[in-house]
Ligand binder design. Structure first.
Ligand code: NAI
Length: 761
């Protein structure tokens, strides 16, 4: 007679299929869907089929949005926006609470609809996607209530265009719509063409709860509809999807001054240290790369395992993988459902084939009939293998080994992406060290793919910029405090009686005066300034890249350097006043003291995500910031921008006021005598229009602040779009005034890193 444990081992799972009758009835009643514009569904027009990827069955017809549909939706959102923004926080919150409650009431319906349209397992839709959707609306109802007190002086952006992918259709909708509405914006959202149905069901919920017409508009369609939305009269585009499309959107928006946040692809590392709990780490892989068939932007798709434990880890992994069930998504015991579309299945398989051709060994990962692929991983894979660089976006990880923690970090960061990372170690020292050194927006310690509305999510480098969730996410849907126009915009001539020094300045690169590459000079008040070139910009960025220790010094040490700069600057205040004006020098000096004070105080926060999880959001320096300074008020303008950037630990390459750069070049002597490490501040004088696009296009430049000529913005945006670099276009202001300093500068000088640490379990 068999023992119970043996029976358990050999027992087959019987099917346990979730009932889909209610959803099928709902689909049968509608058959084809128009757009949701101004609170009502349109009649449609051109349309396409949407299918269940698990069976190929046609579910409904979806309208293909035209330019005219997008225009109508944007007009409806525009008309509704003032009324929506004028509601009290409590009234907006009530609507968001109602959306949350109605999503909760329909949890089962929405889960089943999502499964039919997308192919994900019902267990995931029911236990992860839909509860997180409700959580997002609840959390942001709170932000609606608290907006005015927590974001004083801020205002909504207006109308937001939002474009989402097909991997988490309803969840991505919630991530986009909830913060936008909480802040007082109205939206036009375009779901992905494969998965529009839950967005349309959500539109019905908007009607049901009495959301004012036009606050949420949904236009369905493919990439052409998305492109029409990007080209329309919206105030912001929020996009989640592929890096390639994100790059195109950044370029399409060049010069418009419209806000943009991008949540793009990833190739996130999953690092298993020698002392990790290997069983837990294997479960982590399941949650990481086999969750949602691996169609997850933050999937831990590159498994890096310590050589000493690699054989045992792989044995465990292999055994676990063999027990995963691939099959009918509506079956409650299915682990991996269908790939979203045959096109994506082919794409995954072709990357795997290329990886195998280049020498990797594929374990598992075989295609199955229909839209299914078994879980798998690529081993013996060289760093240059295409499977290592490309986002596979399917249930196939890569597995490689390392010997030391330094090597692990090097491998983890050997990618253009920077979305997430997962680290496994029983040592708090080792785990937090890795968490700090991996270049990514979100790090999970001893965990994977944990999400919450309070925990900001987003990336860096080719994974995009901007945050979704929590306080940081709200800021991406608000304008900063209002700025009064500048009192004067023309460069001020030197004060009467200024010494007529005729001097020839040099560039300031790597802490030293440097002759410009071409040797050309141009006349400026007080003498000659170097005509910097593309090569000088490159040299300056290289010098800035070597200043990494500045970030590691910590706020306290940086504050001391900034105070020292202030002191040395104060000692020469009369000389600088004669070259600019006493008022400007005093304002510039005040900036130095202000940011010295802030250097060790711009703190992160610990957020209440899930119980039993310590979730910390830390503002990190971005790296190298490229800055163009305003013309007029050359000293105050320069310091108002450079000081907050370096106070937060960044290095800068600045292009000072083209018409009057010499006061800044003199200031560089102050830097030299103030213990500022070489390379932290680099200054290249010359023609802003010519130099700034080179600076913005440089791969090493992490962010660009443009306060120079408005006409240069389009070229800067174009250049930055290629490297997915965020550009902050800073409106003109009186650079000696208080509105030229403050926390919004520090916010732009940092990026939030969210670190998850489960505890007490
Ligand atoms: P995609 O980036 O083309 O699609 C995402 C969304 O953008 C969809 O709503 C689509 O209609 C829209 N879109 C497409 N072209 C557009 C354009 N020119 N202007 C405005 N909107 C546009 O992604 P796709 O082709 O569905 O998937 C291809 C690969 O992209 C995947 O295999 C994966 O590697 C990556 N991807 C990454 C996602 C992420 O969450 N980071 C999500 C989806 C795809």
């Amino acid at each position: 007679m068999s023992r119970v444990s043996e029976i358990m081992e050999t027992m087959e799972y019987g099917p346990s299929v979730e009932d889909s009758t209610a959803v099928r009835d709902w689909l049968a009643q509608r058959e084809s869907f128009g757009h949701f514009i101004g609170g009502a569904f349109t009649d449609g027009g051109a349309s396409f089929e949407t299918r269940d990827p698990a069976t190929g069955e046609i579910l409904a017809r979806i309208a293909q949005g035209s330019e005219a549909d997008v225009t109508a939706a944007v007009a409806a959102a525009r008309a509704a926006q003032p009324g929506w923004a004028a509601l009290s926080g409590t009234e907006r919150a009530r609507h968001l609470y109602a959306l949350a409650r109605h999503v909760q009431k329909r949890e089962r319906f929405l889960s089943v609809l999502e499964v039919l349209d997308n192919g994900k397992p019902i267990r995931e839709a029911r236990d992860i996607d839909v509860p997180l959707v409700a959580r997002h609306f609840y959390h942001h109802a709170g932000w609606a209530e608290l907006r005015d007190s927590q974001f004083p002086g801020h205002a909504p952006l207006g109308v937001c265009g939002q474009i989402i992918p097909w991997n988490f259709p309803l969840l991505m909708l919630a991530w986009k719509i909830a913060p936008a509405l909480a802040a007082g914006n109205t939206v036009v959202l375009k779901p992905a063409e494969y998965t529009s149905l839950t967005a349309l069901a959500f539109a019905e919920i908007c009607q049901e709860i009495g959301l004012p017409a036009g606050v949420v508009n949904i236009v369905t369609g493919d990439g052409a509809t998305g492109a029409a939305l990007v080209a329309s009269d919206v105030d912001k585009i929020a996009f989640t999807g592929s890096t390639e499309v994100g790059r195109g959107i950044a370029r399409a928006l060049a010069g418009t001054g419209r806000r943009l946040t991008l949540e793009l692809g990833g190739k996130s590392p999953f690092v298993v240290m020698e002392d990790a709990d290997l069983d837990a780490a294997v479960e982590g892989v399941v949650d990481s790369i086999w969750f949602n068939q691996g169609q997850v932007c933050c999937a831990g798709s590159r498994i890096l395992v310590a050589e000493a434990v690699a054989p045992r880890f792989e044995d465990l992994l292999h055994a676990r993988m063999a027990r995963l069930r691939v099959g009918a998504p509506l079956d409650k015991s299915t682990d991996l459902g269908a790939i979203v579309d045959p096109v994506q299945k082919d794409r995954i398989l072709s990357i795997c084939q290329a990886a195998v051709k280049a020498g990797a060994e594929l374990v598992g990962g075989q295609p199955q009939e229909g839209c299914f692929i078994a879980p798998g991983y690529l081993r013996n894979i060289a760093p240059a293998n295409p499977g290592m660089a490309q986002e596979i976006f399917g249930p196939i990880a890569t597995l490689s080994t390392f010997r030391t923690a330094d090597e692990a970090i090097e491998l983890a960061n050997a990618t253009r992406y920077g979305l997430a990372g997962s680290v496994w170690s029983e040592s708090a020292t080792v785990a937090t060290d890795l968490a700090a050194r991996i270049k990514a927006g979100v790090i999970w310690i001893n965990g994977a793919n944990m999400f919450d509305a309070a925990a900001p999510f987003g990336g860096m480098r080719d994974s995009g910029h901007g945050r979704e969730g929590g306080h940081a996410g709200m800021l991406d849907y608000l304008t900063g405090p209002a700025i009064a126009p500048p009192a004067r915009t023309v460069p001020k001539p030197p004060a009467a009686g200024a010494p007529r020094i005729d001097r020839t300045a040099k560039l300031y690169i790597g802490g030293a005066q440097k002759r410009p590459d071409g040797g050309a000079m141009y006349a400026v008040p007080g003498g000659l300034a170097p005509q910097g070139s593309r090569k000088d910009i490159r040299n300056a960025v290289e010098a800035a890249a070597k200043a990494g220790k500045w970030a590691a010094m910590g706020g306290h040490a940086r504050a001391q350097v900034l105070y020292f700069i202030a002191e040395n600057f104060a000692a020469r205040r009369n000389e600088f006043a004669a070259r600019t004006s006493p008022a400007e020098v005093e304002a510039a000096l005040a900036r130095a003291f202000h940011y010295a004070a802030w250097a060790d105080k711009f703190d992160g926060r610990t957020v209440q995500a899930k119980p039993g999880h310590l979730v910390t959001v830390i503002p990190e320096p971005l790296g190298i910031i490229g800055i163009t300074c305003p013309n007029g008020q050359p000293l105050a303008g320069f310091l108002s921008l450079v000081l907050p950037a370096i106070a937060m630990g960044n290095a800068v390459v600045a292009i000072p006021a083209e018409g009057d750069p010499l006061p800044v070049m003199d200031l560089c002597q102050v830097f030299d005598t103030s213990d500022l490490p070489g390379g932290v501040v680099n200054v290249v004088t010359g023609a802003g229009a010519e130099l700034s696009p080179h600076l913005a296009a440089h791969e090493e430049v992490a962010a660009f602040w443009h306060a120079g000529a408005a006409g240069d913005l389009a070229a800067i945006d174009q250049a930055a779009g290629g490297t997915v670099t965020p550009v902050w276009s800073i409106p003109p202001r009186d650079w000696t005034g208080l509105q030229a300093q403050g926390e919004s500068f520090l916010h732009h000088a940092t990026r939030q890193k969210t670190i998850w640490l489960p505890y007490g379990a």
